[in-house]
Design a protein around this ligand. Structure first.
Ligand code: GDP
Ligand code: MG
Length: 290
């Protein structure tokens, strides 16, 4: 085994889909921890979302999505990300960027996919409505039975994963918006379910991370509990017959190798820090060395 003692820790990209969120950005971007890149994916906002983002965070990358919907925004953001780790958060103040380190830690500890959940001890929500809570519970249960998962919060948009796993999602960020205006599958709020199901089908290691969802600060939600709930249900039905994911085994194996390399870099750099701080790093095979 070789250790790359001076290799840097994995880099982190934060993807922020935003549709008319200028008034919420001071809060969201202002509470961003130290990460390697922040990508705001604009959905053709009619307010000054883009200008506000650039003013608040001059180093921010702004990407224009090519179709409509939060799912398409995320697909475009993921495709543009350069980090080893991708974190997805909302621009409305609901998801707290201060929790990002928890997600990154879960991935560093061994998870492939760090899934935010509001419904465990120390999680919670001030934003979810009664009907959404009920629908989410039913959909989570349904998925857990069909896909043998243990999701406590299927429809929550705060998640993180190793970028190497992107191919298993099979997201399309290049096809232009159809002239008919119809949405491609995965372009809407069903995106979170799609990610969760594909991660499960690929057999990746999922770790749930407790999260507190705050109330949207300004403006109103773009989600409709009924129509978007039905899109989630249809997503489950589409994935359940095991519609093949192209090259699944190959992609999973390739990603596993890449992620293992990144994790190795993590442990090496932690070891370096431990050594620098005077603590004795735990090292296999160091017997007899005084
Ligand atoms: N770029 C882009 N962002 C969107 C779109 N729809 C929603 N979002 C963003 O996705 C996040 C969550 O959307 P929101 O309307 O708050 O839905 P909710 O949190 O489920 O109630 C927010 O940051 C929105 O600005 C869209 O079509 N394009
Ligand atoms: Mg919201």
């Amino acid at each position: 085994m070789q250790y790359h003692h001076h290799a840097p820790p994995p880099t982190v990209s934060v993807i922020v889909p935003a549709l008319n969120e200028a008034r919420n950005l001071p809060h969201v971007l202002g509470s961003m921890p130290d990460v390697d890149e922040v990508i705001l994916v604009d959905g053709g906002s009619e307010d000054d979302t883009v200008e506000t983002a650039r003013r608040l965070m001059p180093g921010i990358r702004v990407v224009q999505q090519n179709r409509k919907g939060k799912g398409n925004a995320l697909a475009c953001g993921f495709a543009a990300a350069k980090g080893d780790i991708i974190v997805m958060i909302d621009a409305d103040g609901s998801t707290d960027p201060g929790e990002i380190p928890r997600f990154v830690e879960a991935l560093r500890r061994g998870a492939d996919f760090a899934k935010g959940t509001r419904f465990v001890a120390s999680g919670g929500s001030a934003d979810i409505t009664g009907i959404r809570r009920l629908g989410n519970k039913a959909l989570s249960l349904f998925v857990n039975v069909l896909f043998r998962t243990r999701y406590s919060d299927l429809c929550y948009g705060y998640n993180a994963f190793w970028a190497a796993h992107l191919p298993i999602f099979g997201l399309d960020h290049t096809t232009p918006r159809p002239a008919s205006g119809v949405w491609l599958w995965g372009d809407g709020f069903e995106i979170e379910t799609l990610l969760n199901l594909r991660v499960a089908r690929a057999g990746l290691r999922i770790e749930e991370v407790a999260s507190y969802e705050h109330r949207r600060i300004h403006g109103v939600s773009n989600l409709n509990a009924i129509t978007d709930g039905l899109r989630v249900l249809r997503t489950i039905m589409r994935e359940w017959p095991r519609r093949p994911i192209p090259n699944l085994e190959v992609e999973v194996a390739a990603a596993a190798a890449t992620v293992a390399g990144r994790r190795h870099r993590v442990s090496a750099s932690m070891r370096t820090r431990a050594a620098a701080s005077g603590r004795k790093p735990a090292r296999a095979g160091a017997r007899g060395v005084s």
